[in-house]
Design a protein around this ligand. Sequence first.
Ligand code: SF4
Length: 390
Amino acid sequence: MRTAPADIKGFAYRTVMRVTELPTVAREWRPDLNLLVRVASSTDMEALTQLGKAGVSNLALLTAEPSLYEKSEFPSVLELVEPLNEGDVAEVTPGRTGVHVLFRESDVHHTVFLTNRCNSRCLMCSQPPTRQDDSWLADEAIRVAMHMRISPKTVGFTGGEPLILGGKLREVIDAFATSHPDTKVDLLTNGRLLADPLLAHDLLSDMRHPITWLVPLYGHADFLHDFVVQAPGAFDQTIGGLLTLHSHGQRIQLRIVLVEPVLRYLPELCEFICRNLPFVSEVALMGCEPIGFALANRDTCEVDIFEWGEELEVSVKRLVRGGLFPVLMNLPLCTIQPELWRYAHQSISDWKRTFVAECDSCVVKNNCSGLFAWHEKGWRPATIKAIREG
Ligand code: SF4
């Protein structure tokens, strides 16, 4: 999540707002929306004040001018350094020195964070879970859906484990379905709680909105999957959840993060998937994000993917032979065999992605996932070497 440095005053509570320009307030205003209106001059300030006096409610001031901020009687945000964009959905919290950007129209990848709680403790978890009740995040997600001006092609729901929200998750999905019927949802979940028939019924009955369930599977047997997710019984529950999703006609992408214990048995796992889970739409093989628990478990998570080229190739070929669609994610092209490039995706979110100096002379840079920005802190998953010929 991006944070734009800012001074904040006059807000009583955490508020979701849409950034807008003064000339468009009349067109965009609705009583259930909060508008953060950009003002650059005292003339504009006067116009905003007139709108307030005329009864236009839920307006706040956004400015880069300290004098306007000081004099303002509206709840106000003073932009420092990095300006917010028109159409941004931002969260403003009293007492904070920054504004969280929850949605930006120009981004390629859009993610809605639903909870930080989780019932697993994966070795490479990029978002280490906490136990505190954060169910307000689901309400905030509903407000984000209302405040989004455009309907992007896809929105990703993530956590934590979103299924912990139970029926509230259905409310979030329905809010997006109502405000953005053409937006597909990618929902990242470990699938374990879907083994519970009651929760599955509450969540999935009459579900018509297009969702792809992104479900991690780390082993062909319980000893491996349960070890990677650090939760006894998880393998059986996840398989149960996958069967439930299939019985409700849901689209599934399996997600396999390529850490050392998983790579050791990757061909067996792909064989297991082909034989037992042939209904899944895609199988994503993903480079590990060097953040969170992965940094604490470097011995198992920091792998040179180039050294596992044979296992990767065998596994991809097995999936293809089984009629399944492999997707390679977070893997720089120079770290995998050219025969596998056709399966590689530019999967790293814009704001997380970086390239190194070596990439400047690389002819495939435009098609490459690049590296996670955090790799600059010392994580070297593989030797990066520019490709000279296409
Ligand atoms: S050198 Fe850089 S741009 Fe080229 S394939 Fe490797 S990571 Fe990608």
